[in-house]
Design a protein around this ligand. Structure first.
Ligand code: URA
Length: 433
């Protein structure tokens, strides 16, 4: 077998066999195949795509390049969730106690922020004392005792994906459905949960900008899960504006805390209840409809917020964050307003640019090695369809001395379209499941 022939076959629209894909991936991992040949192959895939069979094989090969996480020591039904990435997506932090309040177990590995999207692990670390680098025995113990544990990815999960993703990132080949599906599923399948709910984001702040692409991605991921005999569901949800009202680590924790207490933004609360109910349904413990009803009750009667406190305490965090978040969270006091330069309606938000603005304030990373500032970010006061007056505040910037405020303001100016007439045809709801 020669890399040249495998690249040429894909370049000319052929279908790579499992052996060919394995040869490329393992050859690259073992440094027997140079990155320029793998990059050329990835570019050929970008233009010619992979068939479902190829995506499945790629996911399996990348999955097998690393370890799997056995959850059998945790009693009960363990349902995982995954978001394909958005702006202001603090869903896991609110969902974990919601789902646990229904009797499911959440034992989850999460990532850090990169580029315009945030990361759950960074957000959780905004809670003073919260530990995300857990020993395996503590991971199991906390899951069994509390029903929730969320840790960073220290295990050797899908190292082939890590290496291939870095190359895709450097060669403009990230945005290919078959590659995205294989990449996500290689990591999700490595955690041996009883089911997975995939939250596929679509819109200006997501990888998938249009609904058909998002559906296609969902279909490929579900097909990969099915062939691995794993239960999965996919929701396609809106990312045409930031989720909720905050972007940035401490600010997003505050919003998640408010949400579990029943005081969260409507769109975010709705999404959390929706995803949690699908997770519950997948577990077989309680139906989707019953779960929805029960979650509303559990939020109202404080069961969910008590569960959140238990979880935070178990992972070493200051659980006072639930009752008195403003006393506990470090949120910058230095505030700058981003104001409308004319009167009208918000008709479009380039959400990726909003995520980038938050990153330039210091809330996210441009490169993996960058450090971040947990106290900075954005509070979004105006969203799609809202009316604004000339000079009215659209977003509040929480900044520090290291924030690139001018850059962030410039991105926000580019991100928001204000028109005289309200012209919206954007769905704010869950679109498909
Ligand atoms: N997230 C991933 O894990 N992989 C991709 O390729 C894209 C988003």
């Amino acid at each position: 077998m020669r890399p040249y022939d495998i690249i040429k076959k894909k370049r000319d629209g052929g279908v790579n066999t499992k052996e060919e894909i394995e040869y490329m991936i393992n050859g690259y991992l073992n440094e027997e195949i140079p990155d320029y040949q793998v990059a050329a192959w990835l570019m050929a895939i970008f233009f010619r795509h992979m068939q479902e069979e190829e995506s499945y094989n790629l996911a399996e090969i990348m999955l097998k390049s690393g370890d799997t996480i056995d959850l059998s020591e945790i009693k009960g039904k363990k349902i995982d969730k995954h978001s394909t990435g958005g702006v202001g997506d603090k869903t896991t932090i609110a969902i974990a106690p919601m789902v646990a309040s229904l009797g499911l177990k959440v034992a989850k590995l999460s990532g850090r922020s990169l580029g315009h999207t945030g990361g759950t692990i960074d957000k959780l670390e905004a809670i003073p004392g919260f530990k995300t680098d857990l020993q395996v025995k503590d991971f199991y113990r906390i899951a069994n005792e509390v029903g929730i544990v969320v840790a960073g990815q220290t295990a050797n999960i899908a190292p082939a994906d890590k290496k291939i993703y870095a190359l895709r990132d450097a060669t403009a080949t990230v945005e290919e459905l078959s590659l995205i599906a294989s990449s996500i599923m290689s990591k999700k399948l490595a955690v041996l949960s009883d089911g997975i709910v995939l939250d596929v984001k679509v819109g200006s702040g997501a990888f998938m900008k249009d609904i058909d692409e998002a559906k296609e991605l969902a279909v490929i991921m579900l097909a990969i899960a099915k062939r691995h005999k794993r239960s999965a569901k996919a929701l396609i949800t809106n990312m045409n504006q930031p989720l909720g009202e905050t972007v940035g680590n401490s600010l997003e924790v505050l919003e998640a805390v408010n949400t579990v207490k029943g005081n969260g933004p409507k769109d975010f609360t709705k999404l959390c209840i929706e995803i949690s109910s699908h997770m519950a349904d997948l577990s077989g413990i309680i139906s989707y409809q019953e779960a929805k009803k029960k979650l509303v009750e559990n939020i109202k009667n404080g069961v969910v917020s008590r569960k959140m406190k238990e979880w935070i305490k178990a992972q070493g965090g200051n659980e006072e964050v639930v009752d008195h978040p403003s006393n506990v969270l470090n949120i910058s006091k230095e505030i700058i307003d981003f104001k409308a330069d004319r009167a009208g309606y918000i008709t479009y938000i380039d959400t990726e640019k909003v995520g980038m603005a938050s990153m330039y304030l210091g809330a996210g990373r441009q490169k993996k090695e960058d450090s971040i500032d947990l106290s900075v970010g954005l509070k979004i006061l105006k969203k799609l369809g809202d009316k604004v007056q000339d000079g009215e505040t659209i977003a509040r910037l929480f900044v520090s001395e290291n924030s690139n405020v001018e850059f962030a303001l410039d991105l926000l100016r580019q991100a928001y379209s204000i028109q005289k007439e309200a012209s919206l045809n954007i769905c704010n709801d869950i679109i498909f499941d």
